[in-house]
Ligand binder design. Structure first.
Ligand code: PHE
Ligand code: ZN
Length: 726
């Protein structure tokens, strides 16, 4: 490895660029093994004193450099690994650089490369420097105009960012297209695609009346399978107008699906590039989970148009500024399209499965890291998922109204800039009038806070004291931890399920749910007017990304399952009971758990997807993590035993659900998917009965009308140990 790649980059050492580039005109003449890139940049120095211009470049074959039309001789510049240094440039000048690259042999999936005979690009984070020499950093924003030239027969479609202003034929079977993006952008948002595609088209009219032409480009033969992605895109555009007052800002929005792609998708301005697995779906080849993922990722990339593109990051340490915020927006979109509680529970499961482990292991890092060697390694669950949780907490801490005002202030004030987390938070300090300096610890401190909560009830005074403490364990490189401001949404119910309306110091009226904040290492909250011994739900809606030891008994959790108004709390209570039973082998509560799950089945028609989640027991990997001395075989056995007991008690109802015939005509919408999820969960539980379950799986498989049902039936058949599986 070269030095340039191993040097540590530090947030504290950020310096503004010595030069800026306002305009870039590219002429890209495509040839698989010898593409010529002519880049004309308008460059100006930012400081008062002369300085060399240091451009980034990787794997480029330099053909020529000229300043204001005069070719540079070799004594006027230096080529170093990863760099082109122009030694003594004027204050302001026109820079012409011609380079040659070989997309066909580029196997990095970065820069300009080929996938299935088509050209495509990937520039985030530092891929543009493999296309031409550039100030390849997100705080250099330029307007791009791109002329693409290529063989007309082999590459009939030529796409880039912005709007197409011109196209036509050239000599020798070639043609060209000119794309102009009026919005200044960092180089990482540049994109180019060229090849033979099949496409579908639609239009979207923005709230101020702009007509946007939408296109999705896929492999020939695949276009019908892009319909759901198109539908998701239109819903995302509408949603951003309603939820965040964000309108689209070009006449075109294109998506290209690519088979060879490193990540899920990429938000290039006006030309999103997707891994085709996140575009293509139909009833026969995709499950509901695939449809859900398409909707979420199409939304995510579209939402980046404002949170990422219009307002971008000053440097890569600020990655969460665009990713955490966009994850939050994507999750809210999905919650509004589907069941909000189910979305929340799925997001929490994902956070716990992917991010909590990161926080607890050797790679723990803050949402905003302070140093890196390769930024590519920081596209993590911490930056994305915990970054999203941090935004959600901000909203809880300052309230929905101040949050909405802060977002609008951010969009107005920071539009067109490369910003920092501080710039973002400043908007919310202003909108809320609160000092958020303590909140910054959520960005800069790694680790998952562990909360412990214990309460005591005073029968006579009708008061309840709840003491909550927080502790964050040291993480590599960060031994001292500060206390964090942790939003707690607390509700009290009585054993019989009555929702207790109580008052907490500082609140004017009694409430069923309190939005409180734990700011210190330890705080006692005093509740008054508590009419019965309470069962506290301390983290309703999973109000913060923490672990919680609340010391509740299984009986108390059973009451929560039956009565807590918050679905997340009900789900969490069921999971804790199941986990406790499986870990201790104490199954005297199994039939109470079955009864509680039975009540979820009774009200399943309200939200079948929620009932489906409730029926799913914690999986083996979760048990292994929770056990002090894990014995996987014993844990597997305990899990099956509990599942069998629950299935036996609920058998009649589970069978009725499992045998119900699904709709012959398939709709991927949330309502239909929820019913299928419930049926899948019922089949899964019944599988624990083994042979005893009879022919229910075979019938479910034989009558499956779509991929979701077929996969669920097949999995259950396999899990039941039936010989029919073979
Ligand atoms: N910015 C992309 C997203 O989150 C992820 C990505 C990063 C894709 C780097 C490719 C390369 O939407
Ligand atoms: Zn993103």
């Amino acid at each position: 490895m070269r030095d340039a790649e191993t040097a540590t980059v530090r947030l504290s050492e950020y310096t503004p660029p010595a030069y800026l580039i306002d305009e870039v005109a590219l002429v890209i003449s495509l040839e698989p093994e010898a593409t010529l890139v002519a880049a004309r940049s308008h460059v100006r120095r930012t400081g008062d004193t002369p300085a060399p211009l240091v451009l980034n470049g990787e794997r480029l074959e330099l053909q020529s450099i000229a300043i204001d039309g005069t070719l540079l001789t070799t004594d006027k510049y230096q080529l170093e690994p990863g760099k082109l240094i122009i030694l003594d440039p004027p204050v302001q000048f026109r820079l012409d650089i011609v380079t040659r690259i070989s997309p066909a042999t580029n196997t990095h999936l970065e820069g300009l490369y080929m996938s299935a005979g088509r050209f495509c690009t990937q520039c985030e984070a530092e891929g543009f420097r493999a296309i031409t020499y550039m100030l390849d950093r997100p705080d250099v924003l330029a307007r791009y105009a791109v002329r693409i030239e290529a063989d007309k027969a082999a590459y009939p479609t030529l796409l880039s960012n912005g709007n197409m202003t011109e196209s036509g034929d050239m000599e020798g079977d070639r043609h060209f297209a000119v794309w102009v993006d009026p919005h200044p952008k960092p180089s990482y948002l540049f994109a180019l695609c060229a090849g033979e595609y099949e496409s579908i088209h639609d239009t979207f009219v923005t709230k101020s009346g702009r007509i946007v032409a939408l296109g999705i480009y896929v492999d020939p033969g695949d276009s019908e399978r892009a319909r759901y992605a198109m539908d998701s895109l239109k819903r995302a555009m509408k949603w951003d107008e309603e939820a965040f007052q964000r309108e689209y800002d070009l006449d075109l929005f294109n998506i290209v699906a690519v088979r060879d792609f490193n990540f899920g998708a990429m938000e290039n301005k006006g030309l999103n590039i997707f891994n085709s697995s996140l575009i293509l779906a139909d009833a026969e080849t995709a499950t509901d989970a695939d449809f859900e993922a398409i909707e979420a990722v199409v939304g995510h990339e579209y939402f980046h148009n404002w949170t990422g593109n219009r307002i971008t990051c000053r440097d890569w340490f600020q990655l969460c500024l665009k990713e955490g915020l966009t994850v939050y927006r994507e999750q809210e979109f999905s919650a509004d399209q589907r069941s909000r509680p189910v979305q929340r529970i799925k997001d929490v499961k994902r956070l716990r499965a992917r991010q909590f482990g990161e926080d607890a292991g050797p790679l723990a890092h803050p949402v905003r890291p302070s140093s890196y060697q390769k930024i590519d390694n920081f596209y993590t669950a911490t930056v994305y998922e915990k970054g999203g949780e941090v935004i959600r907490m901000l909203k809880r801490l300052i309230g929905a109204d101040a949050f909405a005002r802060g977002m609008q202030l951010y969009f107005e004030r920071r539009d067109g800039t490369a910003s920092t987390v501080e710039d973002f938070i400043a908007c919310f300090e202003e909108a809320s009038g609160q000092d958020l300096s303590g909140f910054m610890n959520w960005y800069d401190q790694a680790g998952t806070p562990a909360l412990t909560a214990r309460g005591s009830y005073d029968d006579e005074a009708r008061t309840y004291c709840l003491t909550v403490s927080q502790l964050t364990q040291p993480t590599p490189g960060q031994t001292e931890k500060n206390s964090l401001p942790i939003p707690l949404h607390i509700g009290l119910i009585a054993t019989d399920g009555a929702r207790l309306r109580t008052t907490v110091e500082g609140e004017s009226a009694p409430r069923e749910e309190h939005a409180l904040v734990l700011s210190d290492a330890r705080t006692t909250f005093n509740f008054a007017n508590v009419e019965a011994p309470p069962i506290p739900a301390i983290l309703r809606h999973f109000s913060a990304p923490v672990t919680l030891n609340d010391g509740l008994t299984i009986e108390q959790r059973l009451s929560q399952m039956a009565h807590d108004p918050d679905p997340f709390t009900r789900w969490e209570a069921g999971q804790s009971i199941a986990r406790a039973i499986m870990l201790s082998g104490a199954d005297m509560h199994a039939s109470a758990l079955a009864a509680a799950l039975g009540r979820e089945l009774d009200r399943a028609q309200e939200d079948p997807a929620f009932a489906a989640l409730a029926l799913r027991m914690p999986d083996l990997s979760e048990l292994i993590l929770a056990a002090p001395m894990p014995d996987p075989e014993a844990l597997f056995g305990a899990r099956e035993t509990l599942r069998r007991e629950v299935a036996t008690e609920l058998r009649a109802r589970l069978e009725a659900i499992a045998r119900a015939k699904g709709d012959a005509s398939f709709s991927p919408d949330a309502g239909a998917a929820g019913l299928r999820a419930l049926k899948s969960a019922a089949l899964d539980l019944l599988a624990s009965l083994g042979e005893e379950a009879g022919d229910v799986f075979e019938i479910a498989f034989a009558t499956a009308a779509n991929m979701t049902e077929a996969v669920a039936a097949l999995e259950a058949l396999g899990a039941s140990g039936s010989p029919a599986f073979d």
